[in-house]
Design a protein around this ligand. Sequence first.
Ligand code: Z5A
Length: 218
Amino acid sequence: MANIVSSGQNESRPRGKFITLEGIDGAGKTTHLQWFCDRLSERAALQAARVIVTFEPGGTPLGETLREILLRQEMHSETEALLMFAARREHIATLIEPALTRGDWVLSDRFTDATFAYQGGGLGLSIDKLRVLEQWVQGELQPDCTVLFDLPIDAAHTRRSRARIPDKFESQSDDFFTRTRAEYLRRTAQAPERFAIINAVGPISTVREQLEAILLTL
Ligand code: Z5A
């Protein structure tokens, strides 16, 4: 049954939907973000809801400060995971949960699946330790839908090499991204009801057709 929240003015709205976008670097999330947000807003408007667009690491003033450190500074892999979850705790407490409770929808460019994929798969951190942090930081909160842009490593490599100056993560090896992608795919197999996988190999128009089909399910 839908979780009804009240605005306190004789108006009640269902709890908002939480949608996340994921994928290895170069998979194309950012290319589709604005378009997807516009289309999602049309659907949210049917429930008198707005779409709040956000991203990780970031999304709050503290998160932005941590993002600067995370994307530029070398650190122990466990420190990196802890900072990702610290930024996430702030993000959930001050932006995500209040928006969902108001009945608004939240679209986040990356969330916890990225930590499992990058720090767990890519850097080899213990998945069990990450699960403990996930439970601590978000409790029962999970996205209602996670769109995974999936792309073979060589295609992502070609796209990344055309893009801007690489940050710490974008400079990682193809082996790192092979492990990252494998962990993303392992997560989709564990929670198939939450994930929608996009085959991101084709042209932008083909990717959009797949996104359109996902929008109809939201
Ligand atoms: N990170 C982490 O390690 N742990 C965590 O818990 C979290 C994050 C939350 C944030 O970077 C970094 O933090 C991220 C993971 C790590 N790694 N990196 N880098 P970010 O927010 O700065 O960037 P990003 O999330 O990786 O997004 P991005 O760099 O913007 O990449 P993208 O969204 O995957 O791709 P894109 O920019 O849309 O496209 C890449 C290029 O391909 C571009 O030139 C496009 O024009 C082109 N493109 C896109 N689609 C197509 C198609 N269909 N055909 C042809 N060419 C295309």
